[in-house]
Design a protein around this ligand. Structure first.
Ligand code: ADP
Length: 261
């Protein structure tokens, strides 16, 4: 049996997917990045090799993708992340026509036409439209774990309205709400609303039509509160893959199979 790998080195995490020649996922692995992206990319790959008992020579073709795709030397080729995200997502959810991917330091909206990328828009300039917004507010202001955001926010009936356009100013605004005894679930629901509006606005500005099926991917898709909020704003069901963080790495591994053939 032949094996193929996709390595997605994002701004916050590195992901690897190993496929066999029948496109079955043999293993995947996710690590949080250190400042040294190359080290993170090598580590995540090693993790999967150790778990599967494969060696690097046992992998027939390797594609890297993501923000840090050229920081490692393991790969046979590097591919743009939008192409890999589209490939991986359509493989999992063939009916997908719009991908909303919210990662640690960027977010993107990808419009698909059957199986190809028709249009896309990306924000990697402002943290307030990315997962970093929730990371910073949860850690610096609320003192709660990211994993708790979703469940807590779903208890809210009256999300706060945040007017700040920026993560730093939102911190002060939230401190003010909390000091006036605003329940924390309303604060978190307001944070989700603010991030969701910003990401959707990015698509509207780029004339991306949000055709269904709409898939939310990236680490932020693990937050059920964000899934619900985007669904309410778009008045559409939002699908999330079982492992929403690995769609880019999966797409890269699928391209690796095609390249080798
Ligand atoms: P990138 O590809 O840009 O490195 P990811 O797609 O891996 O980013 O997403 C990372 C972000 O996902 C983190 O910054 C965090 O906000 C969010 N995240 C990851 N896991 C969870 C979780 N279990 N619950 C809520 N948010 C999460």
């Amino acid at each position: 049996m032949k094996y193929y790998a996709g390595i997605d080195i994002g701004s916050t995490t590195s992901k690897v997917v190993i496929l066999d020649g029948h496109k079955n996922i043999v293993d995947f692995s996710i690590v949080r990045n250190s400042y040294d992206l190359s080290k993170s990319g090598n580590t995540v790959f090693e993790n999967s090799l150790n778990r599967t008992g494969l060696s690097k020579n046992g992998i027939s073709y390797i594609i890297s993708t993501g923000y840090g795709r050229r920081t490692i030397k393991l790969q046979d080729a590097a591919e743009p992340e939008v192409i890999c995200h589209a490939k991986g997502t359509v493989h999992l959810i063939p009916t997908c026509r719009t991908i909303i991917d919210i990662g640690g330091q960027d977010s993107k909206i990808i419009e698909l036409d059957e199986r190809r990328v028709k249009n896309f828009q990306m924000n990697d300039k402002c943290s307030a439209g990315t997962g970093r917004y929730l990371d910073a507010l949860a850690k610096n202001v609320l003192g709660i774990e990211l994993e708790q955001l979703g469940e807590l926010s779903l208890k809210s009936k009256d999300p706060i309205k945040l007017s700040s356009q920026c993560t730093i100013f939102a911190e002060s605004e939230i401190i003010s709400f909390l000091s006036h005894s605003e329940p924390v679930e309303n604060v978190i629901a307001g944070m989700h609303l603010s991030l969701a509006r910003r990401v959707i606005q990015m698509g509207v500005t780029a004339n991306i039509p949000f055709n269904k099926d709409i898939v939310l991917s990236g680490g932020v898709a693990k937050n059920r509160g964000m899934v619900e909020t985007i669904s309410k704003l778009l008045k559409q069901e939002i699908i999330t893959p079982g492992e929403p963080q690995i769609t880019g790495a999966l797409g890269a591994a699928l391209i690796a199979i095609e390249r080798e053939l």
